[in-house]
Design a protein around this ligand. Structure first.
Ligand code: KOT
Length: 858
């Protein structure tokens, strides 16, 4: 039973009471009213937090006016919708984005100034909504911005975690973690829909073909309006909070059993309590699967309910709705949509399957094997017995459809056993059941597979189910989309090549250039003669003709210097370290992971440090001063990643306090890296590092943000770096390292590999020598050196020398500031392709078949 809570009947409102929005007073009057009545303080003097609250609750009303109009317009027009299903939306802060997208900066800027504050100061009062781990979650947030900006009818669906991505601290140079309770000051940006709640079931059994769950909870909707830029359209992110069916057991309470009385409530609230802090790894916990079915079921029930208000025939669903599944986290949608269509709507299997496979689409974001979700059949069958039944049936029908093809292929292969071995084989067969060669050949297509590490344990391969159950499967950068066709989805690609697509990621130019870099943004607008580039980023190519203009270069540089100063101030306030603004600012900010190779960066830092130490005072003058800035979180259980953070902080302690080095080299770890820190760090960066082992980073998206802000890139031929090099000119990027096509062979050859570079030995000796506590970095050093254990999986040894060469090139170019600035201008000028508007436009046309439905101007 998945019925909604009753809504109550709506009564019409008299005409003269409608359109309250037209009676709005001036911004400052409204803000003061909010401070008085919403915040509840006497407005004779206001703190920044109170002013923020007053402004935010006022902007909220403008936002909701436009939101209500958009949604009403779409209800009337009934266009096809895109529903973006994602376990993560890494939204960051909202105020500046909302004010600017709604075009309120003039009116509100003035009102805020009258209160004695600036928009930036008030913005810093807002908590980040960190409901995501990294790239995948931030991509979802950029997509919402572009969907609204392009006026595409679309909503995001996810979970309203009460605790987002953990807060990172440093203790003795090691990462410490604490909960991120981001709702302490309330949340002006959401609209609770307490009456809109869907029942979600767990456990139980299947009786007469229908599921009878043992446990039920409510998914309560919270709407988060998403303002588009340069349009009246305001989209929606609907997040679900988990609530118990009843508050507590009064009987238990009366008997004094307080804990028992509130058991169900606590259990329900656990489901939407915390974001799992794993980026590109899966832990296979039952609570995680609960989270997945929780938001997916609520989202599908919600969309079906809306669909049924105006449509009778379920067969029309694919012409009215497309669900994009953001990696495998929401892919239980395949079974859930089937279940709702069959068990609730009474459709036959084939009709339901036809609708499902026409309505769903799937995006893959990684080829890291540990990230590919496989749920034990046992866990799935216990938590979701009806879904497990459906999955088994999908798998069996799917394999039936392939049996004839596979039989003919197996038949054409030479017979396995020679006659004389047959008797031997029969003896063995007595112990094990005979393996049917056709069934064995079908196994590679199967959703349900045997766990290779644990005999007899069956797993549900969610990526396989997703690709079988949807109309399209896409990767997130050109190289990545090729790799998935050759590796994880090879057999599926060969069956249906037309289902596989590429959609190279993009980022929103609003947050990531226009708003985070107001200085550069102003100069671009002045130079191009209009601000149209903010939504038509192709126009940035117009900057190319100014790249050689010395006066323009000078302005460009002075803006960079201001941004570097802001970054230096941030570093000072977060770490206490003073960094000079005449140094080259070198940044690597992203999740800490061996494949992203922050340790390779640190090896080069050690090498630089040793070179400075070995140089004479005269020679030292030739060094380009550098500030190496690292930020990022390590998954709490990822021991090696945590050690990499300790490596950065330890190097910082040694180098930053070495008087011989003085201002020539600084190493800074900025703790608690998040969206709003990125907004200050990126505009101040001069070179950024995207140095993953080729073939491991699906796309990367921060590389695009740096490029937009005119920051030069040092990188491997991996992910979207390849396309960035194409757009900006490969010769303009500091490219190094082995090619993805050679990785397989190089990994094979690792056992016999030796780094042929004396600097490598020096770096390793330094790390294991007496500068640090005995043995502190031994594991890290062994990891990239101990070839007997077939180590250095991420091939740092192979790339080390070429990486140092690329680093030297950086220093050489930096000495020629005009040449450097020219390149910086060319980067921004050629970044237009990496707007999420381009990416979403491609999704809309090539996968979703969703068309813009802009709200008319009046
Ligand atoms: C996390 C868990 C399971 C499966 C995938 C992930 C994942 C992948 N999380 N983030 N990614 C990143 O997604 C970005 C957006 O597509 C890419 O740019 C990046 O390369 C991925 O690592």
């Amino acid at each position: 039973d998945t019925k909604k809570k009753t809504n109550g009947k709506a009564k019409p409102v008299p005409m003269e009471l409608i359109r309250v929005d037209q009676q709005k007073a001036a911004a400052e009057t409204e803000i003061l009213r909010k401070i008085a009545y919403q915040v509840g303080v006497d407005a004779e003097s206001v703190t920044a937090q109170q002013a923020y609250q007053g402004v935010a609750w006022t902007v909220r009303e403008r936002l909701i006016d436009a939101f209500n109009k958009t949604q009403a317009y779409w209800r009337e027009k009934d266009p096809k919708f895109i529903y973006y299903l994602s376990a993560e939306f890494l939204m960051g802060r909202t105020l500046t984005n909302a004010v600017n997208n709604l075009g309120l900066e003039g009116e509100f800027g003035e009102a805020i100034r009258k209160l004695g504050y600036s928009l930036e100061e008030l913005q810093s009062q807002e908590q980040n909504a960190s409901l995501g781990n990294g790239g995948l979650g931030r991509l979802a947030a950029c997509f919402l911005d572009s969907i609204a900006t392009l006026s595409l009818p679309g909503w995001g669906y996810g979970i309203r975690y009460r605790y987002g991505m953990f807060r990172q601290g440093l203790e003795n140079g090691y990462q410490s973690e604490s909960p991120d309770y981001w709702l302490t000051n309330g949340n002006p940006w959401e609209i609770p829909r307490r009456e809109l709640a869907y029942k979600i079931g767990f456990y139980g059994s299947v009786q007469q073909g229908k599921w009878v769950p043992d446990e039920q909870v409510y998914a309560v909707a919270y709407d988060n309006p998403i303002p588009g830029y340069g349009t009246k359209t305001v989209g929606n992110l609907r997040l679900f909070d988990c609530q118990p069916m009843s508050e507590f057991k009064l009987a238990s309470f009366n008997e004094g059993k307080y804990s028992e009385a509130t058991d169900a409530k606590r259990k329900a609230e656990d489901i939407s309590a915390v974001l799992y802090p794993n980026d590109a790894t899966e832990y296979g916990r039952e609570l995680r699967l609960k989270q997945q079915i929780f938001f997916v079921s609520a989202a599908i029930q919600d969309t079906l309910a809306r669909f049924k208000k105006t449509h009778k025939d379920m067969k029309e669903l694919p012409s009215k709705a497309c669900f994009q599944m953001n990696d495998t986290h929401p892919t239980i949608a395949v079974a859930e949509l089937m279940r709702l269509l069959i068990d609730q709507e009474g459709l036959k299997w084939d009709a339901a399957w036809d609708i499902t496979t026409k309505s769903l689409a799937f995006t893959n974001h990684t080829v890291m094997p540990e990230a590919l979700e496989k749920w034990p059949v046992k866990v799935m069958a216990k938590l979701l017995p009806r879904h497990m039944e459906i999955i088994e049936k999908i798998d069996s029908i799917w394999k039936d459809s392939l049996r004839a093809k596979v039989t003919s292929e197996v038949g054409s292969q030479p017979k396995q056993a020679a006659p004389e071995k047959a008797a031997e084989a029969t003896k063995e067969a007595a112990a094990e059941p005979p393996v049917d060669p056709v069934e064995a050949a079908l196994a590679k297509y199967s959703i349900i597979t045997e766990n290779p590490w644990e005999k007899g344990v069956k797993l549900v391969n969610m990526a396989f189910m997703a690709t079988i159950g949807s109309k399209s499967t896409n990767g997130v950068a050109a190289i990545h989309s090729e790799i998935i066709k050759e590796t994880i989805f090879k057999d599926f690609y060969e069956l249906s090549p037309e289902k596989f697509q590429n959609k190279t990621n993009g980022v929103t130019p609003r947050r990531w250039l226009a708003y985070c870099n107001p200085g550069l943004s102003k100069l671009i607008t002045k130079t191009l003669g209009s601000d149209e580039w903010i939504s038509k980023t192709d126009q940035l190519t117009g900057l190319k003709q100014h790249a050689d203009d010395k006066a323009f270069q000078k302005q460009w540089r002075s803006i960079k210097l201001e941004n570097k100063q802001r970054l230096a101030d941030l570093i000072k306030s977060k770490t206490g370290i003073s960094v000079p603004t005449n140094a080259l600012y070198d940044v690597q900010i992203k999740r800490i992971h061996e494949y992203k190779r922050q340790h390779l960066n640190m090896f080069s830092v050690v090498n630089r440090y040793l070179e400075i130490k070995a140089a004479s005072p005269e020679e030292r003058k030739k060094f380009v001063p550098r500030v190496v800035i690292i930020g990022g979180k390590a998954a709490s259980a990822y021991v090696m990643a945590k050690k990499m953070i300790k490596l950065v902080t330890s190097l910082g302690d040694v180098i930053n306090n070495d008087p011989e080095v003085s201002d020539l080299l600084k190493v800074v770890f900025i703790p608690d890296y998040n969206v709003s820190l990125a907004e200050t760090i990126i505009p101040g960066a001069e070179v950024s590092q995207h140095i993953s082992t080729a073939g491991t980073e699906a796309s990367g998206t921060s590389n695009m943000k740096f490029q937009m802000n005119g920051c030069l890139i040092i990188g491997t031929m991996d992910g979207a770096n390849i396309e960035i090099a194409q757009e900006s000119g490969k010769e303009n990027m500091f490219v190094f390292g082995v090619d993805a096509k050679d990785i397989g062979r190089l990994r094979e050859e690792r056992k016999n590999f030796k780094v042929n570079d004396p600097r490598w030995e020096k770096v390793m000796s330094f790390l294991t020598g007496n500068t640090f506590e005995q043995g502190l970095f031994q594991d890290l050093v062994d990891n990239v050196n101990d070839m007997s254990k077939a180590n250095d999986w991420f091939l740092l040894g192979n790339d080390f020398t070429d990486y140092l060469r690329a680093q030297d090139e950086i220093d050489v170019l930096y000495k020629d500031q005009d040449a450097w600035t020219k390149r910086s201008i060319l980067y921004t000028a050629s970044s237009g392709f990496f707007s999420s508007d381009r990416c979403i436009d491609q999704y809309a046309k090539e996968i979703w078949d969703v068309k813009p439905c802009p709200v008319p101007s009046s």
